[in-house]
Design a protein around this ligand. Structure first.
Ligand SMILES: Nc1nc2c(ncn2[C@@H]2O[C@H](COP(=O)(O)OP(=O)(O)OP(=O)(O)O)[C@@H](O)[C@H]2O)c(=O)[nH]1
Ligand SMILES: [Mg+2]
Length: 289
């Protein structure tokens, strides 16, 4: 059985960093994993791990920009369209790997997730190839500094995950920027997210965070804004699809927790050989109940 983890999310959310840490972590546990770079704009110098499969071998963003006169964002979308039409290339590249994790580092153009059917098409093709797939969607902890920005992140996560029939794990990345605040007064503390309780209202989004009340400045500015917020509150209450796993890459436990959640979601190892006792830490699974 082969397993694919798609690492998706908006620009700069920490996707490539997470993909790297994920592979390093698996390697440390003597598990093999391969990096599949689907970001045609990724700088090769930044790869700590040479990707096993690289979209650049199929199509070059530089060529698309110089020959077809695309800008960088449109160029990435064009490259992805090209990939979708050339799935046989991916299939051939993926051919030889068995019983392994394939980590797909995806680009940060949000329209790839919200407007285009790229991810559903990719997922369909992976499942046709017999690869069990799950997707992660990262948003960064700084989104919690601004509740409107945060909820736009929640809505983009929702719009990316509906229509997909695969497991979907939302991750709040860069938690080191909010949890290390006791040491560094200029760090996360400045955003007022001092209490764990506050953070919990974001990880499991509490729509009341944006429920405006009468007398609130924003409602006096524009009543339509109030109505829109109420509608969003209602939407999130009716469809509580989105919650986030916190990820702090400075903590091995945090990374391990996220990885064990992904393993659990993918039912990793179900068909494999029994594990050595130390490979399977009971605590990992109790937390997930
Ligand atoms: N403090 C902190 N910074 C991080 C973390 N993860 C990533 N960063 C920083 O955030 C920036 C973006 O990280 P990337 O991993 O390149 O993000 P990305 O989502 O791959 O970005 P795009 O591919 O451009 O969409 C870099 O400067 C990273 O060093 C984290 O866990 N904590
Ligand atoms: Mg990246």
């Amino acid at each position: 059985m082969r397993y694919a983890v798609l690492v998706t999310g908006p620009a700069g959310a920490g996707k490539s960093t997470f993909a790297k840490s994920f592979i390093t972590h698996l390697a440390a546990s003597k598990r093999t994993a391969h990096l599949v770079n689907l970001d045609p704009a990724a700088d090769p110098a930044s790869f700590e791990y040479e990707p096993t499969i690289d979209i650049k071998d199929l199509i070059s963003l530089d060529d698309v920009m110089s020959e077809l006169d695309y800008g960088p964002n449109g160029g990435v979308v064009y490259c992805f369209e090209y990939l979708m039409q050339n799935m046989d290339w991916l299939e051939e590249e993926l051919g030889g790997y068995e019983d392994e994790y394939l980590i797909f580092d995806c680009p940060g153009q949000i329209e790839l997730y919200t407007h285009h059917p790229f991810i559903p098409t990719l997922v369909q093709n992976l499942s046709r190839m017999g690869i069990r797939t799950c997707a992660t969607y990262l948003i960064e902890s700084q989104f919690m500094e601004d509740k409107y920005k945060f909820f736009s992140g929640v809505l983009s996560a929702m719009s990316a995950m509906v229509n997909l029939e695969i497991s979907w794990i939302n991750i709040m990345s860069k938690m080191d920027l909010v949890t290390s605040n006791s040491e560094d007064p200029s760090g996360g503390a400045r955003n007022g997210l001092r209490k764990q309780k506050d953070i919990a209202r974001y990880l499991d989004p509490d729509p009341l965070l944006i429920a405006t009340t009468r007398g609130d400045k924003s409602t006096t500015i524009n009543p339509r804004f109030h109505a829109l917020n109420q509608a969003i509150v209602q939407l999130i209450e009716d469809h509580p699809l989105v919650s986030f796993l916190p990820l702090d890459l400075t903590s091995t436990d945090s990374l391990e927790y996220v990885v064990s959640h992904i393993d659990y979601t993918m039912q990793y190892g179900e068909n494999e050989e029994p594990k050595e006792p130390h490979d399977l830490d009971e605590g990992d699974f109790q937390d997930l109940e």
